[in-house]
Design a protein around this ligand. Structure first.
Ligand SMILES: [Zn+2]
Length: 624
C-alpha cells in the first residue's frame, strides 16, 4: 500500500494559506455540491449518500447531490467516475477492484476508487482519516461536531495488500462496519456478496461416502491394511463425518470430483473460488500409488516434519498427491480458481511440482504458538510459509487469533497480531482470513475485531495508537486501568515457561505464568478502579464489566480445579460452594446473560449450562 500525504508546514499555511484549505462547511452552510456521474453505479450512489449523511452529522450542512451533466462549479466534491477534467489522469487499472484515491485539486475534492467498492472505501477513509470519524464496535460510531469544516491538500492513493480480507468475528458482519473497514465474507455475511462457491473441507461433498462408500471403497483412503470409506460421529456428536480422505491417484475419483464440481458451479456460476480440499481429518490415503506421489514430491524425509493436532501425530507428507490431483482439477476449470488446503498433513510445500496459476493455497497456522510472533515462535510454520511463498503468490493464510477452547479466558496475544500480518505480507500471502470469535461476546471481542480490521487493510498501521484510541472512546475514564491490565497480562505471557500458548489451551495451564494468584489480585485491583471511574456511566460500566469477565472466568476455573474436590456434595451432582464463590459465579453468569454472550467455548457451553454444571469437573477438562 502506498499512502502519500502532502503535509503543509504550519508557517506556510499562515503565509500563503487560505487557498491551501478547502472550507467544506461553516455554520451549517456549504458552498459545495456533491457530484455523481450521470449514470452512477450502486457503489457511487451509496458513497455519495454516506458522504452527504456524515457531512451533515459533523457540520449540520446539507450538501446537494447533482449529476455531472450540470455546469461545473468551482467548489465540488467529485464522487466516482464523474465526467470532469480532474479525473482524466486517474488510472483505474491501477486502482483495480478495491483501491481508493482521494485528492484535491484547486477547490475540488475528488474521491474515487476501483471497480468493486473502491469509491465507497474512499468515502469511509476520507471520513476517518481526514474528518476524524471512527467506527469501533458496530454499535459505536464517533462523529465529531465542527462549526467550520476544513481540509488541507490531500493526495492519498491506497491499494489493498490482501485481495481478500475477512475478520471472522460476530460483530464484524454489520454492513456498515464491513464497508467502513473494507472487509469481505466468504459466506456472504453482512450483505457482502461472496466470491466463494465452496470454502473448505469439500472432498465429502464432491465424492460422498454415503453414495460410494459401499459400492466403491477403492475411492477412499487406504491405511492399516484396508480401505476406509466409512462415516464416524462428528466431534460434537451432532452429525457424521467421513473417517478418511479420497484416494487421489484413482482416475475415477478425478472424474467424479470434476463432474460434481461442474454441477455445483452451474448452480453458482458467478463464484470465482471453488475449494477442492481435504476433509477435516488426517487419515490420508497411503495406497501404493498415492504414497509414490507423496514420496516423489516430498521436500523432506517423513521424520523431519511430524505435526500434531488434538493429540494425533502424523508426518506432513500428503501434499504431493494432493497437488498432483488439484492441478488436474484446475486444468479442467481454467476460468475458476481452485482452492485447496495446506493444513495439517498437507502443510509442507512439495518439491518438483508447483500449483497451477489458478490454484489457491489455503495455508493454516493452527499449530502456531500465540505468545510470540509466528516468525520467531513457530520456525516450522515459518519455513512452510516461506516455501509456499517461493512457489506461488496465490496464498490465503487462515490465521487463528483467539483461545477457541475458552472464549472468555484471558489470552495475551495482542502484541503478535501486527508482526504476524506483516510476516504474511512479506511471504507473498495475497488473501487473509483472521479467525476470531464468531459467537457473541468473548475476551475483548470489540477491540480485537477492530485491531484486526485495521491490520488487514494496512499492516503498518500505528497499532498502539489505534488501541489507545479505541480504549479511550470505548471505556472513557476507565481506559487507563484497562490498558494497565492489558500491559500486565502481556508482560507475563509465558516468556519464562518456554511453553507454547495454544489456541486450545486454557486458564488451568497458566497458573504459573499470567494467572498466578498475585497477578489475578493485581488484575482485580485494576478492574475495581476501572469500575469506580465509570460508575455513573452505565453504558461504559457494562463495557468495563465485560472486559473483566475473563479474569472472573479464570478465577472460577482455577478454583474449580484446586478446591472443587473438597466441596461437599449436597446432592448427587451439586456441590455446596463457598458463599463468596457462589456470588462470583452468579455475577459472572448474570453479566454474560445481559450482554448476550452465547458460548464459553467455540463448540459448546452456553452460560446457563456453565452455571448448571459448574461444580462438576468435566471429563474433557480433566484430560486437558
Ligand atoms: Zn490412494
Amino acid at each position: 500500500m502506498k499512502k502519500t500525504l502532502l503535509f503543509v508546514p504550519v508557517f506556510l499555511l499562515y503565509t500563503f494559506c487560505i487557498g491551501q484549505q478547502l472550507i467544506l462547511a461553516t455554520h451549517g452552510q456549504s458552498d459545495y455540491q456533491i457530484v455523481l456521474p450521470s449514470l452512477p453505479d450502486v457503489q457511487e450512489i451509496q458513497a455519495a449518500k454516506v458522504l452527504q449523511d456524515y457531512l451533515q452529522r459533523i457540520s449540520s450542512a446539507n450538501l446537494p447531490i447533482v449529476h455531472d451533466m450540470e455546469t461545473p462549479q468551482a467548489k465540488e466534491i467529485l464522487i466516482g467516475k464523474v465526467n470532469r477534467p480532474e479525473l482524466e489522469e486517474v488510472s483505474y487499472e491501477k486502482l483495480g477492484r478495491d483501491g481508493l484515491y482521494i485528492f484535491t485539486q484547486n477547490d475540488k475534492l475528488v474521491i474515487t476508487g476501483g471497480s468493486k467498492k473502491g469509491v465507497l472505501y474512499g468515502v469511509y477513509t476520507f471520513l476517518e482519516d481526514y474528518l476524524g470519524c471512527k467506527k469501533y464496535p458496530s454499535d459505536v460510531a464517533f462523529t465529531p461536531i465542527r462549526s467550520t469544516l476544513t481540509i488541507g491538500q490531500i493526495d492519498d492513493l491506497q491499494l489493498p495488500v490482501f485481495s481478500f480480507r475477512e475478520v471472522f468475528y460476530h460483530d464484524v458482519y454489520d454492513p456498515e462496519y464491513m464497508d467502513w473497514h473494507k472487509l469481505h465474507s466468504f459466506g456472504g455475511r453482512g450483505n457482502s456478496p461472496s466470491e466463494w462457491g465452496y470454502w473448505v473441507h469439500t472432498f465429502h461433498q464432491l465424492l460422498d461416502p454415503k453414495e460410494y462408500g459401499e459400492s466403491n471403497p477403492e475411492y477412499f483412503s487406504y491405511y492399516d491394511g484396508e480401505r476406509h470409506p466409512g462415516l464416524i460421529p462428528s466431534w460434537d456428536g451432532t452429525s457424521v463425518q467421513p473417517e478418511s480422505q479420497l484416494c487421489l491417484s484413482n482416475p475415477e475419483v478425478l472424474e467424479i470430483v470434476c463432474e460434481n464440481l461442474e454441477k455445483a458451479i452451474a448452480k453458482k456460476p458467478e463464484a470465482l473460488y471453488w475449494s477442492v480440499s481435504q476433509n477435516d481429518n488426517v487419515n490420508y490415503c497411503q495406497c501404493e500409488h498415492c504414497a509414490a506421489l507423496d514420496e516423489k514430491y516430498a521436500a523432506f524425509a517423513p521424520e523431519e516434519k511430524m505435526y500434531s493436532t488434538h493429540g494425533s501425530e502424523y508426518p506432513a507428507l500428503g501434499m504431493g498427491s494432493m497437488l498432483h490431483f488439484v492441478n488436474q482439477v484446475a486444468d479442467r476449470f481454467p476460468e475458476k480458481i481452485i482452492s485447496t488446503l495446506a493444513y495439517q498433513y498437507t502443510r509442507v510445500p512439495p518439491k518438483g511440482i508447483e500449483p497451477r496459476d489458478n490454484v489457491n493455497i489455503m495455508l493454516c497456522s493452527i499449530e502456531s504458538t500465540r505468545n510470540e510472533p509466528i516468525s520467531t515462535g513457530d520456525p516450522s510454520f515459518s519455513e512452510d510459509l516461506e516455501g509456499w511463498g517461493n512457489l506461488t503468490d496465490n496464498i490465503l493464510v487462515w490465521d487463528y487469533t483467539i483461545q477457541f477452547s475458552h472464549l472468555l479466558a484471558p489470552f495475551p496475544n495482542l502484541l503478535t497480531l501486527q508482526p504476524n500480518v506483516q510476516f504474511f505480507r512479506q511471504n507473498r500471502v495475497s488473501a487473509l482470513f483472521e479467525q476470531g470469535n464468531i459467537q457473541q461476546g468473548g475476551e475483548f471481542a470489540g477491540l480485537r475485531a477492530y485491531l484486526l480490521s485495521k491490520l488487514i487493510w494496512n499492516p503498518d498501521v500505528d497499532i498502539d495508537q489505534e488501541m489507545q484510541g479505541f480504549l479511550e472512546m470505548y471505556y472513557g475514564r476507565a481506559a487507563k486501568p484497562i490498558k494497565d491490565y492489558i500491559d500486565l497480562l502481556h508482560e507475563n505471557n509465558q516468556g519464562h515457561t518456554g511453553r507454547k500458548l495454544s489456541i486450545f489451551g486454557g486458564p488451568l495451564r497458566e497458573t504459573d505464568s499470567y494467572l498466578t494468584p498475585g497477578l489475578i489480585e493485581q488484575y482485580n485491583h485494576l478492574f475495581d478502579r476501572a469500575e469506580r471511574l465509570v460508575k455513573y456511566d452505565p453504558e461504559k460500566l457494562i463495557r468495563v464489566k465485560s472486559a473483566r469477565l475473563p479474569v472472573t472466568y479464570a478465577m472460577l476455573e482455577i478454583q474449580k480445579e484446586n478446591e472443587g474436590p473438597n466441596w461437599e456434595l449436597a446432592e448427587e451432582d451439586r456441590a455446596m460452594l463457598p458463599t463468596g464463590l457462589s456470588l462470583q459465579l452468579y455475577d459472572f453468569i448474570y453479566h454474560c446473560l445481559r450482554t448476550n454472550v452465547t458460548r464459553l467455548s467455540e463448540w459448546h457451553t452456553p452460560p446457563k449450562e456453565y452455571l448448571e454444571k459448574y461444580p462438576l469437573v468435566s471429563e474433557e477438562e480433566k484430560n486437558e
